[in-house]
Design a protein around this ligand. Structure first.
Ligand code: SAM
Length: 367
């Protein structure tokens, strides 16, 4: 058995190392106290992706050592949520004995929720025919007695869905249940329990804020839906079609009446706000009807471009969520010309790795 084991006795030390590193990196912005939000020390990832290795009759999950690139056999994976860990074993047991399902299978992706749903994607180097469909249907039927499980089969130019291509997460955020559709291959926060802590932190920040909220990089509406109750109106933008689609679905599911989502890149939205270009996608949205004093941004690892930073600096209050301290530091250099850092939090989304998620609250300086 090859088991990816976590030494949980190291958890506090690894988080404390991150805290010290981030505190030192951001000290020059006047950050003297970090708010620190820990993860579960084990079973914290709702998502996991593995390559599949075939060795005669044997079949197993593998991953690659980041440094040496050596392949590592994975029979059990401590970081994965309990449901993923259980279904990984079930999949290997069932695939091993089924030639049609295992032949040319090269990858398995798992996407699970705290609400108990799981979506398994099987990736192949062969077209998926009616024999494959019949076998995977039989497997889904067998496993559905015990699990809320759907499958996706993927091959070149082919996607076969056995059920939905999404899972529905239900998060308890400050006592309120929020419903989120999470689509296969779209961005979602991987550590659901830490995500709850981020949403609660942001709700706490927004309590005293007034008027309307503008949000850039909103994904499936993760923050927008949790924060809509604190503002009169919310306008949110996102570049990915499938995420915008999920966000619309999530607005309806959560019965949020004061939130509009539009599909636009932050660069395009900046052009629209500056009156440089008009967009048909903004039809029916009167930008002048919003009175936004607060902006929330949660950009990808690359951070924000300069023009978007300029736009963000126009707002009284800024909430900046970041998965990359390097680009956050660069963007804070820009934003602290006009704003002061008031709160700085770290969220251990990715335990035992170098990565850390940060949340920064800035307010305009009285000049
Ligand atoms: C770190 S994720 C955050 C998503 C969301 N806030 C959440 O908590 O799930 C960044 C999001 O930015 C989107 N994105 C990437 N580049 C963008 C751009 N230039 N303009 C707007 N959105 C972009 C991605 O599709 C992704 O959904």
């Amino acid at each position: 058995m090859a088991v990816i084991k976590i030494d949980t006795t190291q958890y506090d030390a690894q988080l404390s190392e991150k805290e010290q590193r981030i505190a030192a990196q951001f000290q020059r912005f006047g950050v003297d106290k970090l708010e620190v939000f820990s993860s579960e020390p084990i079973n914290y990832r709702q998502r996991a992706e593995f390559r599949v290795w075939h060795d005669g009759d044997d079949l197993f999950h593998i991953m690659f050592d980041q440094q040496t690139k050596d392949k590592i056999r994975v029979d059990s994976f401590d970081p994965a949520a309990p449901l993923v860990g259980e279904v990984m074993q079930v999949m290997i047991d069932n695939l091993k004995s089924c030639e049609i399902l295992r032949r040319k299978l090269f990858q398995i992706d798992y996407l699970s929720t705290l609400s108990g749903e799981i979506l398994v994607s099987l990736l192949y180097h062969k077209p998926l025919d009616e024999h494959w469909l019949s076998e995977i249907n039989a497997l889904k039927e067998k496993l559905s007695n015990k699990y809320k499980i759907d499958f996706i089969g993927r091959a070149r130019k082919q996607k076969e869905m056995l059920g939905d291509d999404y899972v529905t997460e239900r998060l308890n955020v400050n006592g309120q249940e929020l419903i989120y559709q999470q689509v296969e291959n779209s961005f979602t926060q991987p550590n659901a329990k830490v995500n709850i802590k981020m949403l609660e932190w942001a709700q706490d920040l927004c309590k005293p804020l007034k008027n309307d909220l503008l949000e850039l990089y909103c994904g499936n509406g993760n923050f927008s839906i949790a924060l809509a109750g604190s503002f009169n109106k919310v306008l949110a933008t996102e570049i990915s079609k499938s995420s915008v689609h999920s966000a619309q679905y999530n607005i309806a599911q959560n019965k949020v009446a004061n939130l509009d989502i539009i599909r636009m890149s932050s660069e395009e939205f900046t052009q629209a706000m500056n009156g440089e270009r008009s967009f048909s996608r903004l039809e029916g949205i009167d930008l002048n009807s919003y009175n936004c004093q607060t902006i929330l941004v949660d950009p990808p690892r690359a951070g924000m471009d300069t023009l978007t930073c300029d736009l963000v600096a126009n707002y009284e209050s800024i909430i900046y969520i970041s998965c990359n301290p390097e680009t956050l530091e660069r963007d804070l250099d820009h934003l602290t010309r006009t704003h002061e850092v008031k709160r700085f939090a770290i969220f251990d989304q990715f335990p035992y790795t170098h990565h850390i998620e940060s949340g920064v609250f800035l307010q305009k300086k009285n000049i």
